[in-house]
Design a protein around this ligand. Sequence first.
Ligand SMILES: NC(=O)c1ccc[n+]([C@@H]2O[C@H](COP(=O)([O-])OP(=O)(O)OC[C@H]3O[C@@H](n4cnc5c(N)ncnc54)[C@H](O)[C@@H]3O)[C@@H](O)[C@H]2O)c1
Length: 333
Amino acid sequence: MIRIGVIGYGYWGPNILRNLHGLDSAKVVGVCDVNPEAQKRAKHAFPDVPFSSDPSEMLRSPSVDAVAIVTPVWSHFELAKAALENGKHVFVEKPFTSNVVQAEELIELAEKRNLRIMVDHTFLFTGAVKKIRQLIDQGEVGDLYYYDSTRVNLGLFQHDIDVIWDLAPHDLSIMDYLIHNEPEAVVATGEAHLNSHADVAYLTVYFPEKTIAHINVNWLSPVKVRTTLIGGEKKMLVWNDLEADEKVKVYDKGVQMTSQEGVYDLLVSYRSGDMWAPKIEQTEALKVELKYFLDCIENDQKPFNDGVAGLRVIKLLEAAKESLKRRGEIVSL
Ligand SMILES: NC(=O)c1ccc[n+]([C@@H]2O[C@H](COP(=O)([O-])OP(=O)(O)OC[C@H]3O[C@@H](n4cnc5c(N)ncnc54)[C@H](O)[C@@H]3O)[C@@H](O)[C@H]2O)c1
């Protein structure tokens, strides 16, 4: 049984604690948060889990094998570094770190100590993303033309990062998982209306072979939208994560050019076939992911969403930050 502590009990921490608490292969040895309000909530929900307001105790304790870091991004590096230096495996929230240099240092440290790092890219463990990957890998979708995601809602405003660093890691990690090509360049535009961090932003990512991705992230939308379109040469997919059933729909639609002679001789034929909704696994993604983290520790196996995968996302976020600063200049990777 892996003895694990949870650091950070704000919005997302309770989900991590609840899922770990329900897993046979984990013993939750403590929860820690610097905010006294969190103590009341944690004590109420998990009276049997010891609470502490000082993370250094948990980080130094010899009776802790692993920690889950569920604190704001600016604190990930210091906490993860201390955990690794004290011989603990690390489950850390997205985005992995605040910059590339920090991510590289943590990866190196974990490597030296033979410890696991897992970055919480929760969506990779959802039935929807797994199904989409299967459809792409089986060749159902054909060559990928585009990935187009809208991830907007009102708030939750973050204090330390902009909307790109908050919401785009979901899409960037999903793209990293689905598109088997390295991204080449990024363009980011956006504006900060309420404080110094962009709250509305648009990101374009260029891949080889004409695959293009567009991500719309927004904290100022009156409605919540979580819709992704994935267009391929053979099929087109619509993934609406807010649908209870039929989250993914596969459209047998497409366009074919039948003559390339000259622009006026182009014969465009549209294919409009069936639509179907594949069966999607319903298990809570976080539970599957945390179980996988514990299995990786037990079996001395590297997770596919390890620090290196987290670093690939940070590289894209850093490039986006640069492009945003220069009002949409293209930044090569
Ligand atoms: N995977 C997902 O789908 C998902 C969803 C939401 C948030 N997150 C991520 O989770 C992390 C936390 O987000 P949140 O929305 O829960 O933030 P939050 O501000 O609601 O909670 C963070 C908590 O950490 C505590 N904290 C801060 N520094 C600490 C320290 N040094 N030691 C102990 N406690 C400390 C704060 O007091 C707070 O209670 C972020 O990285 C965020 O991106 C991931």
